[in-house]
Design a protein around this ligand. Structure first.
Ligand SMILES: CC(=O)N[C@H]1[C@@H](OP(=O)(O)OP(=O)(O)OC[C@H]2O[C@@H](n3ccc(=O)[nH]c3=O)[C@H](O)[C@@H]2O)O[C@H](CO)[C@@H](O)[C@@H]1O
Ligand SMILES: C=C(OP(=O)(O)O)C(=O)O
Length: 438
């Protein structure tokens, strides 16, 4: 177990480059199971969740070669389906959310797949109905063993069909798309999630020989093919990291340039931070954030208090709401943060309140932040990170706070942020990782 010790209140300065996208990597790496040919993937982030998935694929028989820090080749030629029945798989497969996306490719290529209830953040109910309803529509039989929380699907032949997803689930859409590419006939998926990472997945599948159209919309049409081949793919930069760095710069009054952000793929993210009063400038494909002594939250046109809420893409991602909330604590003005998708993602505000922030948690989904307008700084405290994004939000709060903070349970942060303390130190942060005795 480790913790971060942070001495806050320092301005940072310099350039920072986002890692490859965690949530894209989990989709793309799962897709290698769809072919026995070689797939080369670059800009893979070196983070716990992605490494766990790669490890799982190795156990399944995929030949994995690491060509450089961020580039791997995968060859899923000799898959050991027996591994799926092992206790080792039950333990490893349940350790992360992304592992659920091996089901679609395995079902499509081998006619069966199992998965233990996947892990990921404990941020409220995280159902998998969309995934399995979709597989059933394609003709698979679904079985759920409630005793050991094991999901299984099998099918002799998957058949293309029309389906209206019960919700625009990100991993659910990815999973069903990966099953449908090898189904017989045409599948039409309406209410599909359409975020850039899914677009990336569909583009990669097309390069492998799939026939997917409607990419980027919520209506995907997939003409099934009999076989897919190898390809090369490069991951987009992680938009959640980019948003985290914008928030970090504003909170710590720092002048920061975020390099190579793939700006055109960021959707409403820059606009949402601008509505908090943060100045940011697009410079080529970088984002430049000047040092700002203060920033003021916008209101709606009629003067009423701004609400920032999550929504399926192209709405604002729920993964950045915790960051927005923290940044608002030092702004002038008020904002209502409405986390519609998850039920338990806002409870971390009690730590911010202990640090001196003014926040009213209205209910599990809504928090009203009354910005301090820098009248007083947050105070450093000891705290525990409940989930990946709350963890980084607390890290940002600690970097802006007066005095020393200690953040425990940083394994949550390590799930998704690569070498975070080194990268922050490189722009001047006073942060160190310390071992904690259990
Ligand atoms: C590994 C991975 O990629 N994880 C991401 C993925 O999780 P994941 O794919 O698990 O999330 P889903 O898109 O399935 O759903 C997220 C939550 O939102 C709810 N929901 C979803 C769609 C909708 O139209 N209405 C609605 O209420 C779901 O019930 C669920 O509680 O997408 C989430 C939503 O962007 C992100 O927070 C996660 O970081
Ligand atoms: C909730 C997240 O991850 P996961 O779906 O892997 O729990 C996240 O990336 O913010």
């Amino acid at each position: 177990m480790s913790a971060f010790e942070i001495i806050g209140g320092k301005k940072l300065k310099g350039e920072i480059t986002p890692q490859g996208a965690k949530n894209e990597a989990l989709q793309i790496v799962s897709a290698v199971l769809l072919t026995e040919e070689k797939i080369t993937i670059s800009n893979i982030p070196d983070i716990v969740d992605v490494n766990k998935l790669i490890d799982l694929l190795k156990d399944l028989g995929v030949t994995v070669e690491r060509l450089s820090k961020d580039t791997y080749t995968f060859e899923a030629k000799n898959i050991d389906l027996e591994y799926l029945n092992s206790d080792k798989f039950k333990k490893k497969g349940g350790a992360l959310r992304g592992s659920v996306m091996i089901v679609g490719p395995l079902l499509a290529r081998f006619g069966k797949a199992y998965i233990p209830k996947p892990g990921g953040d404990k941020i409220g109910r995280r159902r998998l109905d969309t995934h399995f309803l979709g597989f059933e529509k394609l003709g698979a039989k679904f079985h759920y063993n409630a005793v050991d929380n094991f999901f299984s699907v099998d099918a002799t032949d998957l058949k293309g069909t029309y389906m209206l997803l019960d919700e625009a689930s990100v991993t659910g859409t990815a999973n069903v798309v990966m099953a449908a590419v090898l189904a017989k006939g045409t599948t039409t998926i309406y209410n599909a999630a359409c975020e850039p990472y899914l677009q990336q997945l569909c583009k990669m599948l097309n390069r492998m020989g799939a026939k997917i159209s409607g990419i980027g919309s919520n209506l995907l049409t997939i003409e099934g093919v009999t076989k897919l081949g190898g390809t090369e793919h490069r991951m987009l930069p992680d938009m959640i990291e980019i948003g985290s760095f914008i928030g970090l710069a504003a909170m710590t009054k720092s002048e920061i340039t975020i390099k190579n952000v793939a700006y055109d793929e960021l959707g409403v993210i820059p606009e949402v931070f601008k509505r908090l009063g943060i100045k940011l400038e697009r410079r080529g494909d970088d984002i430049y954030i000047p040092s700002q002594e203060s920033y003021e939250i916008d209101t709606f046109i009629d003067g009423s208090i701004l609400t920032i809420a999550d929504a399926p893409w192209p709405g604002f991602t729920p993964d950045l709401l915790s960051i927005v909330l923290v940044v608002a604590t030092q702004a002038k003005g008020s904002v209502l943060i409405h986390q519609k998708m998850f039920e338990s993602r806002l409870f971390f505000v009690d730590k911010l309140i202990d640090m001196g922030a003014q926040i009213i948690l209205c209910d599990p989904h809504r928090a009203n932040v009354i910005g301090l307008g820098r009248r007083n700084s947050l105070r450093g405290i000891s705290m525990t990170s409940p989930d990946i994004r709350a963890g980084v939000s607390l890290l940002i709060a600690a970097l802006s706070a007066e005095g020393k903070s200690t953040i425990y349970n940083i394994e949550q942060i390590d799930r998704g942020y690569q070498d975070i303390e080194e990268r922050l130190r490189a722009i001047g942060a006073n942060i160190k990782r310390v071992a904690v005795n259990e």
